[in-house]
Design a protein. Structure first.
Lengths: 116, 109
């Protein structure tokens, strides 16, 4: 049981380049989410998904796209990287809270992204 | 966007002392309140999931209480140890999970 995996662990991009951060989980969790961690800002929600085929915006969605074609995978796409997107990105998953279970999130190890 | 507030932002506590900090959240449309422990260079790990008004949860020296009607939760650490040094995050859950900015706890030897 690998839990939540993220690739790559580190990435350096030039302004304007695009890339996809990969996230996968093997716990059959309905809910998946992407956060970015910036100094003094805690974890801010970028996008989330309550199940395959369903995605929604979080607190800071601009500049990012997501899709959820399977339960297991939830990739995050940077369309045209900007220095303001330099951050550490965490993917997380949990059982859906909509059934009132309120399940805890399990986090991946993070991806450290630098945009020059 | 939901407003989840944590206080204080930072706390220095002498080893052996007890401490507590606060999370405040919207009192409407409540599903759950989570507490996470986040050590430097690691990923956050869940401490408690609290769903009912009046909930009290305990794990070793750490405990938490929940008041959904007034929108706050307290995390308590009894007899602080150096290994308790970390950032403690609370997260409010309705259809999505929003985090507060955390309380950074430093235990002084």
């Amino acid at each position: 049981n690998a839990g939540v995996t993220q690739t790559p662990k580190f990435q350096v991009l030039k302004t304007g380049q695009s890339m996809t951060l990969q996230c996968a989980q093997d716990m059959n969790h309905e809910y998946m989410s992407w956060y970015r961690q910036d100094p003094g800002m805690g974890l801010r929600l970028i996008h989330y998904s309550v199940g395959a085929g369903i995605t929604d915006q979080g607190e800071v969605p601009n500049g990012y796209n997501v899709s959820r074609s399977t339960t297991e995978d939830f990739p995050l796409r940077l369309l045209s990287a900007a220095p303001s997107q330099t951050s550490v990105y965490f993917c997380a998953s949990s059982y859906s809270g909509l059934a009132g279970q309120g399940g805890e999130q399990f986090f991946g190890p993070g991806t450290r992204l630098t945009v020059l | 966007i939901l407003n989840v507030e944590q206080s204080p932002q930072s706390l220095h506590v002498q080893e052996g002392d007890s401490t507590n900090f606060t999370c405040s959240f919207p009192s409407s449309n409540f599903y759950a309140l989570h507490w996470y422990r986040w050590e430097t260079a690691k990923s956050p790990e869940a401490l408690f999931v609290m769903t009912l008004n009046g909930d009290e949860k305990k794990k070793g020296r750490i405990s938490a209480t929940l008041n959904t009607k007034e929108g706050y939760s307290y995390l308590y650490i009894k007899g602080s140890q150096p290994e308790d040094s970390a950032t403690y995050l609370c997260a409010f859950r309705d259809d999505k999970i929003i985090f507060g900015k955390g309380t950074r706890l430093h235990i002084l030897p």
